[in-house]
Design a protein around this ligand. Sequence first.
Ligand SMILES: Nc1nc2c(ncn2[C@@H]2O[C@H](COP(=O)(O)OP(=O)(O)OP(=O)(O)O)[C@@H](O)[C@H]2O)c(=O)[nH]1
Ligand SMILES: [K+]
Ligand SMILES: [Mg+2]
Length: 368
Amino acid sequence: MVNITEKIKEIEEEMRRTQKNKATEYHLGLLKGKLARLRAQLLEPGPGAGGGGGTGFDVSKSGDARIALVGFPSVGKSTFLSKITKTKSEVAAYAFTTLTAIPGVLEYGGAEIQILDLPGIIEGAAEGKGRGRQVISAAKTSDLIVMVLDATKKAEQRSLLEQELYAVGIRLNKEPPNIYLKPKKAGGMKITFQTPPKSLDEKMLYNILRDYKMLNCEVLVRDENATVDDFIDTIMSAHRKYIKCLYVYNKIDSISLPHLNDLAREPQTCVMSCELDLGVDDVVERCWEELRLIRVYTKRKGVDPDFGEALIVRSGSTIEDVCDQVHRTLKETFKYALVWGASARHVPQRVGLAHVVADEDVVSIVAK
Ligand SMILES: Nc1nc2c(ncn2[C@@H]2O[C@H](COP(=O)(O)OP(=O)(O)OP(=O)(O)O)[C@@H](O)[C@H]2O)c(=O)[nH]1
Ligand SMILES: [K+]
Ligand SMILES: [Mg+2]
């Protein structure tokens, strides 16, 4: 019996052998679809899944957001955690010093951010090497992935890690594809393109949908730049996670200045030396920005707002979310809210539950 890992290898091999051209693109599209299905199967616990399910480490979420530290062994993940939180995670020069998820709390901007120090991962992690799958599953639960890289190591380390995360359905710094897909009970396939896409056509989508046994469905491709990978991600959306990633090169104390300059110029990238305490504060500030958390100060009528204690909500949150943070039942007696700050057109602006708040808004909730 061929196991899933072997089947994945076979398909990857076939994809490598197949020349990319107009004649083979349908076949390659189908192979990509099959690969995505097998990889999802690999993450499901149960017989045939081949060693260790896809569950993360048993650390409960706490605080306002979670950041996962992901990287190869000995890049300095634990050193970083120990620097920015009160938690001391074991640091040593040998690989796999950290064997489980170690949570720490970073207090910043009035928020409590949970930082997960994770064991190092290696190539093949997505297929279950080392604690790879557990580490990646834990990363999947985070609001931000900080990919810790060793500035003294080869450039490939970054793309190797990205591939491992990609293989388990994590999409870094990417929005979900702008493709609408709805399974139907009957009526066949209805495929529509808003504007003709550059690298997709009806036959391609039809073939893949048929291979997924989705014979009745409605598809609307809204993005002309959508690719076949985007389409497969749409079909597999239950297994996909779109997460922001910040790339952090540690150990810059051990590289040349020109090399440092090159690394610092890469997109979404920070550089630091935990050893010399260089750039660490900048990394923390950048993490805060990437999380896009919003601080809202509540105010009672006739009393100054309490700037000492902020309510923390996600970007895009509404007055309704703010109410839910204050108290579970506050919404029920809600009449209107007064808002001072960046989200208000005039101050104070009288708003309803659907009003979207901005960072550092002051909100006064008026009950019925
Ligand atoms: N030169 C230099 N060494 C560092 C720096 N930060 C950490 N190290 C060293 O790198 C080694 C590994 O650090 P750890 O924090 O254990 O690395 P890790 O990524 O947690 O490693 P694992 O848990 O094994 O995956 C230790 O010897 C640290 O002292 C740095 O900024 N510069
Ligand atoms: K180590
Ligand atoms: Mg460690």
